[in-house]
Design a protein around this ligand. Structure first.
Ligand code: PLP
Ligand code: COI
Length: 344
């Protein structure tokens, strides 16, 4: 057994802690170099690099877990690789090949095995693959050179306060334009959300609910997670939109709802006006896992989810327990969902 780092796992927040290794590969002259692990966490890039001037950067977010029987695993890395491919194409960046993406992720986790929190600690190792334009561009165009990297950081819950249901507000700002970049994981989508999130926090809210920019009548997502609703008769409903990020957690939960819990699940447009009809609401994502929402505030009008005001609602809780059970190896996973990491 490899020695774990001396970290207070139970009290970790969602922050950056430097771990020992990261993966880096450069793209130059139209091709990716092999790349490999490095201990160097800092980068030196030109002042005119595409990422610095025109925000040419994309990323992914995944987690590594210690299973009940002590293995280190990660969850559906192939889907992160595919989504990063979509992100790269939309920002005119070279695609980092899927097999190499998965290999780089597994290698980086393995090299940082001492930082993968123990089973039952409540913490996980967050994995952040990303890619950016590294060569100088001053006219608005894609960079010629890129770097793909993967780093890891041990994390606790994304939202402070643990399982206490969140209060979120309907934002007056939009997150993504119709036919824009909301469906890809580009840094620019998060830069433009910073003002809205700081303002929400200042006003005492945990997060923003963004509406569709075209009509401002439909629920999109929050700054870092998709929504999941449960109807009063126990059906799971998730918002359908071309301008939200296709969450891997949400897609997995829909399958879990149908195949493990025998629930009906539907992906469809969800109107702000129908929120009072739902019994439970949650945010789902890699960082958020499933975080219960107790209340949505729409300009002073409070919409409360009776099924989950003081604690996670019953259906949300079953979904949470089943998904985390699959991820931690106590519940049998669908083929290909859980991928084992060899520590080196
Ligand atoms: N929506 C946004 C805007 C996100 O940043 C994330 C996080 O990755 C998600 C949704 C959830 O996606 P996933 O479940 O793939 O982590
Ligand atoms: C994730 O869930 O992995 C994300 O990237 C969300 C981010 C806002 C922390």
């Amino acid at each position: 057994m490899m020695e774990k780092k001396n970290i207070d796992w139970a009290n970790l927040g969602f922050g950056y802690i430097k771990t020992d290794y990261r993966f880096a590969a450069n793209y130059k002259d139209g091709a990716w170099e092999e790349g490999g692990l490095t201990q160097e966490a800092n980068l030196v890039i030109n002042e005119c690099a595409g990422v610095l001037q025109y925000a040419q950067t994309i990323f992914e977010g995944m987690k590594a877990y210690t299973t009940a029987d002590g293995r280190i695993v990660t969850f559906r890395p192939d889907l992160n690789a595919e989504r990063m491919e979509q992100s790269a194409k939309r920002l005119e960046m070279p695609v980092f090949p899927k097999e190499k993406f998965v290999e780089a992720v597994l290698k980086t986790i393995g090299a940082n095995a001492a930082y993968v929190p123990p089973y039952g600690s409540g913490a996980t190792l967050y994995v952040r693959p990303f890619m950016f334009g590294s060569s100088p561009v001053i006219g608005v165009k894609p960079a010629d050179e890129y770097q793909f990297r993967v780093f890891t950081t041990p994390v606790g819950p994304y939202f402070k306060g643990g399982v206490k249901p969140l209060t979120i507000r309907v934002s007056d700002f939009d997150r993504a334009a119709p036919r824009g970049t909301g469906h890809i994981k580009a840094g620019l989508n998060y830069a433009m959300s910073l003002h809205a999130i700081v303002d929400a926090h200042n006003q005492g809210y945990d997060e923003n609910m963004y509406l569709d920019a075209g009509t401002r009548t439909k629920v999109e997502e929050t700054g870092g997670a998709n929504f999941l609703f449960v109807t009063k008769d126990g059906k799971v409903v998730t918002p359908k939109s071309d301008s939200i990020l296709p969450s891997i957690t949400r897609r997995s939960l829909v399958q879990v709802a149908k195949e493990y819990l025998g629930l009906e699940a539907e992906e469809r447009e969800v109107y702000l006006e129908e929120l009072p009809d739902f019994a439970e609401c949650g945010l789902c994502g890699t960082a958020a896992v499933i975080s219960p929402v107790g209340k949505v505030v729409d300009h002073g009008r409070e919409i409360c989810f009776a099924g989950g005001m003081t604690e996670m609602g019953p259906v949300t809780k079953k979904l949470y327990e089943t998904l985390t059970g699959i991820q931690m190896g106590t519940i049998k996973a669908p083929e290909g969902w859980v991928v084992e990491v060899k520590s080196r």
